[in-house]
Design a binder for this molecule. Sequence first.
Ligand code: ADP
Length: 306
Amino acid sequence: MMSILKIDNLHKTFGSKEVLRGLEMEVPEHSIFGFVGQNGSGKTTTMKTILGLLKPTSGSITVCGEKVVYGDTRTNRHIGYLPDVPEFYGYMTPMEYLKLCGEITGLTKQQIQSKSEELLTLVGLAGEKRKISGFSRGMKQRLGIAQALLNEPKLLICDEPTSALDPMGRKEILDILLAIKGKNTVVFSTHVLSDVERICDHVAILHNGKLALYGTLEQLKERHKHNGFIIDFSNKSEADFFANCDELKQPSINLLLEENRLTVTVADTKAGGQCLIDLLAKKQMTPIKFERMEPTLESLFEEVIQ
Ligand code: ADP
């Protein structure tokens, strides 16, 4: 699969502060790529370097196969960018604003009209007659996405697009990013891990100037899978009964009982899982849920930043 964005051995130093120390990253086409890191880990620095706005200390970046050159905006024709706090002319309506942006970009009148309508519909602002100054933060972010998509970029880069929003505003943004996935590739930075779990197919965790974890969400979970199972019974007494079976009293099995949920940690997942299933069958018990324990992105993140 083609990489829309490729970062090779990127270093960036501010004075004596080394923010990026050999960052390697590849973003496949049509992915939704979650770029995760704590505040101050260098996410914005990376994005600004991709946009040619910051000069790397060393290393190279290519966008759609073209090398990014500092101070030269040519590669930005492939990129739409949503800064963390987008700025607008507050006295304009969203349509007026997009028209202005379209004129600056050099689109024809007809292109501007149809593109603006299409994008305002996409972000749920079609027919919005109010001036931008009266917009909520979420509305401004949505308008920012519409603006960033105006020149039909292959790659949309969003800097913490959901961080300052309430749950509803956050969902609206995530839904928009999901909706454009087929056409565009999306990289978004965040420290909100639940957002990544909801929409991203690829995840990179930036820590100490490098990627500490990288892969598809599935790969990461598979690689860090714990040897255990979660069994939910319909009530507490069933869970109690099962947890007290003699067959489970083994040194290699650890049990944690919480209400109707039994969490079982085993030494060997295959043998342990089979033993649990056999025992359920023998006791003629049907749990309401039986699943492998999955690490959460939260727990992976905590592991790598320790
Ligand atoms: P993030 O986006 O992950 O919160 P940033 O890329 O904004 O992180 O910042 C990474 C680090 O680089 C921070 O410690 C920040 O203070 C520092 N930094 C960013 N820009 C500059 C700059 N222009 N001059 C000096 N230090 C900077």
